[in-house]
Design a protein around this ligand. Structure first.
Ligand code: DO4
Ligand code: MG
Length: 301
């Protein structure tokens, strides 16, 4: 069972459940956290509460693909894990050493260490949802999407849902100096999540998700990659426990779990590209790429 938000005909944000056969049912709660809180108050799971609503209502007439989807949760904070897949470790080594394929660096150390890499990625104001634009930085010439499974957690660290996320990244800025990581990762519209939250209870095996990334240029497929969360080096609970360590975490925080799909080394995103990130059972997160500050970009080259 997936939870979405969409803008109804009166432009009002509306919470809804999407059944496995893609029927859409309006939920009475204002947002995903209200649904989780109400289920807890009633001593039920969110899935049981949603099933009760579905049993007593009819699906709406619109089909899912015609809805104006919104970000499924206005996550107060988005955090991210890095170098959790071998593919990411190799890509980071490549950019940090100017292209030496067999180089070893501190990225190898973090891949093998007990403590994972966890970094602050975004706030609700910098995060976009399905169909919205993700931005390019004007001072980078090597930018890629990072398609990642996102864990939706509550303040105690319980995983309450799964979503898809894009950790937009600048390979040249991070490769120049690891201390530039926040600039390589954080700017306006550098993170997107959605299109839905898959309720955690509805997932038998979170290490069985398939992740696909497609990048379209001039409406033609330019890059495609596939991965599985089964390739993850770490466990999701392990990542969450490091995030919570001596920290204050808010209900509805999203923790991105790292990328296992990296476009070819000679690829960089361009203004007008479109990124699709598809995760099995969650859906397709589609975002157009925009370079807002074109004049500054021309100066940089
Ligand atoms: O060390 C940089 C971050 C890597 C990352 O974001 C990832 O592996 O997904
Ligand atoms: Mg990442």
């Amino acid at each position: 069972m997936r939870i979405i938000r969409y803008q109804n005909d009166q432009a009002k944000p509306t919470l809804a459940a999407v059944s496995d056969d893609d029927n859409v049912y309006i939920l009475p709660q204002t947002d995903f956290l209200a649904l989780v809180a109400e289920a807890e108050e009633q001593g039920m799971t969110p899935l049981a509460l949603v099933k009760e609503v579905l049993a007593a209502s009819n699906p709406i007439n619109h089909s899912l693909k015609d809805l104006n989807l919104l970000v499924p949760i206005e996550a107060p904070e988005v955090w991210a894990s890095g170098v959790t897949y071998e593919r990411s470790r190799n890509a980071r080594n490549y950019e940090a050493t100017g292209g030496k394929l067999d180089a070893t660096t501190f990225y190898d150390k973090v891949y093998d260490a007990v403590r994972p890499e966890i970094f602050f990625k975004s706030t609700a104001a910098r995060t976009v949802g399905p169909g919205q634009e993700v931005n390019l930085r004007s001072d980078s010439n090597w930018q890629i999407p990072e398609p990642e499974l996102g864990l939706v957690i509550d303040g105690r660290g319980n995983i309450i849902g799964y979503t898809a996320g894009n950790d937009m990244s600048c390979r040249d800025i991070e490769g120049e100096n690891p201390l530039y990581l926040p600039q390589a990762k954080m700017w306006a519209n550098s993170c997107s999540i959605g299109p839905a939250i898959l309720l955690a209870e509805a997932v038998d095996d979170p290490y069985g998700f398939t992740i696909t990334c497609r990048i379209y240029r001039n409406d033609e497929l330019a890059v495609e990659g596939h991965a599985s969360t089964g390739q993850l080096k770490r466990k999701f609970d392990e990542l969450v426990s490091f995030l919570l360590h001596d920290n204050k975490i808010f209900d509805g925080t999203v923790l991105l779990t790292g990328t296992c799909i990296v476009p070819p080394n000679d690829f960089t995103l361009l203004d007008g590209d479109r990124i699709e990130i598809e995760i099995s059972g969650i859906g397709v997160l589609s975002n157009k790429v925009v370079l807002p500050n074109k004049a500054a970009s021309a100066l940089h080259k």
